[in-house]
Design a protein around this ligand. Structure first.
Ligand code: ADP
Ligand code: MG
Length: 479
């Protein structure tokens, strides 16, 4: 049975792994561009080293796939140079939520991919359940998730404030249990790790553990099979702070729920802190025992909502700063406007953006961001309509929209009309005929002529080109 704790030995091993990885980085740095280095190698976290096997953690499956596809040989040769021949590299993909629960680390956990091996499950160090280990429990929280790098917004204000209060005084506030709920990718897990890291750092809780409800379930089943239920129960009931993520996965698992109910009560009665997260408010949890649900509601339930535009911009800024990457403000705004519901997707966009810039040798601009978003975000904003284009163009040139459809050939109207036709062709999938129909029934040759005229005009007059770019941006940002 592997429990989510860290030992001092584990920390030493981590240091050794860090040193090894630093040596690798110093070699890799000279072999790839600065951008690729920052995008693909700096975010890798060394986790452990075991003989000639180095284990590193990467932020997403996408990230892993990229490394495998593009840097396999480089990594292989580098590790061989630093660690020695026959070295092996293991990956842990961290941010994949709702993965199957951890199991014993057997070779079955690894998917073999050529020379490398990947393990797509969160890492949990192996620690046997002996008393001396229980003395030296440290947290298994991810150090990357802190309050400092958690952006505050109206959407998460209560949850963040409550988590901080609990971290400063675990078991000592009325927020017990603290239940955080909200949709996927909105920061529940981040906040729970921040809470755990903070409580571990200020020493207010000595024995703390973080795990998902799935892991609790799997460990419990193993405990039953290994006749170790007593040990299992006393382990979790000895915590000062118990953090259980995604409790919705307790649904339908009656025996586990029963054990968790008693664990909960034991901790609660002794003034120990419990922190839980769920994708819905506790009272809407289906398949959970009523008595558990009522326990969950006796502290504070705090929601996390999707972030508003300002918060999304702030998060993107923070994430690019963290990775020492520079993002032009129009690109930042473009991503923030279009990726609305999920912060994990915001991060995914950033990674892809820099990856594509570096691999396709393209400038980081709105054009590239558009390509990236098309792949990542399924519901990339409702398509741009010709009406919308007409509205923006007319407001820019300050003329009434009906004049675009009228017969007038006044110079400023002709310019606006042709610009709108040009952008309609550029930004929508409409046929020339459809575009013509939106401009007072003009035929398709008029539209072709307009597009050619605007293209020419932009080539000869840079000022005009900038105006067209500005209008295009306004349309894309739906301003
Ligand atoms: P959840 O557990 O709610 O599904 P996570 O906590 O895993 O979501 O968050 C997904 C990603 O978004 C993580 O990488 C996390 O760091 C990031 N994230 C979420 N909220 C914020 C925030 N307010 N500030 C900075 N990063 C955030
Ligand atoms: Mg989560």
């Amino acid at each position: 049975m592997n429990f989510p704790v860290q030992t001092d030995q584990f920390v030493d091993n981590q240091k050794l792994a860090s040193k090894t990885w630093e040596q690798c980085l110093s070699i890799i740095k000279d072999q790839v561009s600065t951008l690729s280095f920052k995008t693909w190698f700096l975010p890798v976290i060394p986790v452990s080293i075991n003989g000639n096997e180095l284990t590193v953690q990467v932020p997403s499956q996408f990230f892993y796939d990229w490394l495998e596809e593009h840097y396999n040989t480089l990594l292989h040769n580098t590790i061989a140079a630093v660690v020695g021949e026959n070295s092996r590299l293991f990956y842990i993909v961290t941010s994949e939520e709702n993965l199957p629960p951890n199991q014993e680390s057997t070779d079955n956990d690894f998917i073999s991919t050529g020379t490398e091996l990947v393990r797509t499950q969160p890492f949990t160090p192996h620690v046997s359940l002996r008393t001396e280990n229980l003395q030296s429990i440290k947290s298994n929280f991810n150090p990357r998730y802190t309050f400092e790098n958690f952006i505050k917004g109206d959407c998460n204000q209560l949850a963040r404030a409550a988590a901080l209060a609990v971290a400063n005084n675990p078991g000592g506030t009325s927020f017990n249990p603290l239940v955080l709920y909200g949709g996927t990718g909105l920061g529940k897990t981040h906040l729970m790790h921040a809470l755990g890291n903070h409580a571990a750092a200020n020493g207010k809780a000595k024995r703390i553990a973080y795990l998902s409800s799935e892991k609790f379930t799997v460990d419990f089943v193993e405990a039953i099979q290994g006749d170790k239920v007593q040990e299992f129960s006393s382990f979790y009931r000895s915590m000062d702070l118990l953090v259980v993520d995604d409790i919705q996965f307790f649904a339908g698992k009656e025996k586990t729920q029963d054990n968790f109910f008693h664990t909960f009560n034991a901790l609660y009665q002794h003034g120990k802190q419990i922190v839980l997260s769920s994708d819905v408010p506790p009272k809407e949890l289906r398949g959970l025992d009523e008595r558990l649900i009522s326990r969950f509601q006796c502290g504070l339930t705090a929601d996390i909502q999707p972030p508003d535009l300002e918060t999304r911009i702030a998060i993107l800024q923070k994430k690019s700063e963290e990775n020492s990457l520079e993002l032009p403000s129009d690109v930042l705004e473009f991503i923030a406007v279009n990726v609305k519901n999920n912060i994990r997707e915001l991060e995914g966009c950033l990674i892809s953006l820099f990856a594509r810039a570096s691999l396709e040798n393209r400038e980081i601009g709105v054009d590239l961001a558009k390509d990236v978003l098309r792949v990542i975000v399924n519901d990339l904003r409702t398509p741009i309509s010709i009406d919308q284009i007409q509205k923006v163009v007319c407001s820019y040139f300050d003329i009434p929209v009906d004049l675009l459809r009228a017969k007038t050939r006044r110079h400023e109207v002709v310019i606006a009309r042709q610009t709108a036709m040009f952008l309609a062709k550029d930004l929508t999938n409409s046929s020339l005929k459809t575009i013509g129909l939106h401009f007072g029934g003009r035929d398709h040759s008029t539209v072709i002529h307009a597009c050619q005229a605007i293209e020419e005009f932009q080539k000869t007059d840079n000022n005009f080109k900038q105006q067209v770019d500005q209008i295009r941006r306004k349309i894309e940002l739906n301003e």
